[in-house]
Design a protein around this ligand. Structure first.
Ligand SMILES: [Zn+2]
Length: 226
């Protein structure tokens, strides 16, 4: 059984879709009301700081997925790209991910096999928690049960609405139709009700934990290991 204490100074890092399209006036970001993608922007900046803080970049293999945006939206968020290119990360693998499941993207199985052979744990960051991070981490764990996967809460994000706790009915509205909670929903507001109130983000973390994924915060990783 793995724990955060098992992460050694060496680990492998997966960054899921850290692209311009998800932040600011990017094409995905524009599909939602203004401000919804702010948690993702904040997380991308934390990823850049995290990359900057890694003391042994030459021994950290990185896998980066990019989803099917075009032009500027497709590019890696600049502060992250700067860290990747200016520091000595020797092993960076890119893959194209046209859906939510990284485990079946070109080169990913081979990359995971290499990490398994090198006995490295896998730290995962990127977006979004409720979609690609959730699906990809669960599918990778299914294919590679021997690998330890650590999804890092500080390095992952979703859009703002998905952090809102909601009633079962509003949660189903989201799960089935990606709809926001019903405005002024009485059940969502009733914190004392017996029914479970949970956010899509909390649900996604729960599903990852149930699948055997470790959920951590990177402050622990930095303090203990780097
Ligand atoms: Zn509700």
């Amino acid at each position: 059984m793995s724990s955060i204490n098992n992460i050694s100074k060496r680990f492998a890092l997966i960054l899921i879709d850290p692209q311009n399209g998800f932040v600011n006036d990017g094409c995905w970001s524009r599909m939602f009301p203004i401000g919804q993608s702010i948690p993702i922007l904040e997380t991308f900046n934390r990823i850049a700081s995290f990359l900057h803080s890694i003391s042994n970049p030459d021994s950290i293999p990185i896998l980066i997925s990019q989803t099917g945006f075009s032009h500027y939206d497709r590019q890696i968020f600049e502060p992250i790209n700067n860290e990747l290119s200016q520091r000595k990360f020797h092993s960076i693998t890119h893959t194209y991910k046209p859906h939510t499941n990284l485990s079946i993207c070109p080169g990913v199985q081979q990359w995971l096999n290499e990490q398994l052979e090198a006995k490295l744990d896998i730290v995962i960051g990127g977006c979004t928690i409720t979609s690609c991070v959730r699906d990809s981490s669960i599918q990778m764990k299914k294919k590679f049960p021997e690998l330890n996967f650590f999804v890092d809460e500080n390095l992952c994000a979703a859009r703002k609405d998905n952090y809102l706790e909601r009633c079962q009915r509003c949660l189903e509205r989201y799960m089935n139709y990606a709809l926001p909670p019903i405005e002024q929903c009485e059940n969502c507001l009733k914190k004392d009700s017996n029914q479970q109130i949970i956010s899509p983000v909390q649900l996604a973390y729960q599903q990852m934990k149930d699948a055997g994924i470790n959920i951590i915060k990177n402050s622990i990783l930095i303090n203990q290991s780097l």
